[in-house]
Design a protein around this ligand. Structure first.
Ligand code: DQA
Length: 146
């Protein structure tokens, strides 16, 4: 059986590759998709999406609840203040579906406003600071949580 994994990316992550490469690296989302697809093997299918729109991200999380699809979520700047996203993410984990919060950088080693995550408290787990490796580790972790 093939399990789909939703890999959801929040605002400004569509600019990966050119956005602050010293912080986020020089590779773009297509490169991330290729890396995750290579890791996924035959049993997992990667559905990677990005939006700058909070309401779209919330709808995708509602869809994950309805289809019982595990989620890897990089909420980007929404991490630090979006209670709407937190509540939507809580719907996922309260339904018993894993949701792993990931960050390319380590927010705790950056500006103070990045030290707060309103998502972490309801996430299944959090992986940060390993570049695209954060997503790869999250994908691996799903093999233990789902
Ligand atoms: C980020 C960290 C956030 O603080 C920032 O707003 C992002 C990306 C990361 O992946 O390191 O957009 O989530």
């Amino acid at each position: 059986m093939t399990t789909t994994v939703l890999v959801l990316n929040g605002p400004n992550l569509g600019r990966l590759g050119s956005r602050e490469p010293d912080v986020y690296g020089a590779q773009d989302l297509d490169a991330l998709r290729a890396v995750l697809e290579a890791d996924a093997g035959d049993d997992l299918r990667i559905d990677l999406r990005q939006t700058d729109d909070e309401s779209e991200l919330v709808s995708w999380l509602h869809g994950a609840v309805d289809s019982r699809t595990p989620v890897i979520l990089n909420p980007a700047a929404f991490t630090h203040y979006s209670y709407a996203l937190r509540d939507a993410a809580a719907l996922v984990t309260k339904a018993g579906i894993p949701l792993i919060e990931v960050h390319i950088s380590n927010p705790h080693a950056r500006e103070t406003f990045r030290h707060t995550s309103v998502i972490s408290g309801i996430a299944t787990g959090v992986i940060a600071g390993f570049g695209f490796g954060s997503y790869r580790l999250a994908l691996q972790s799903l093999r233990y949580t789902s």
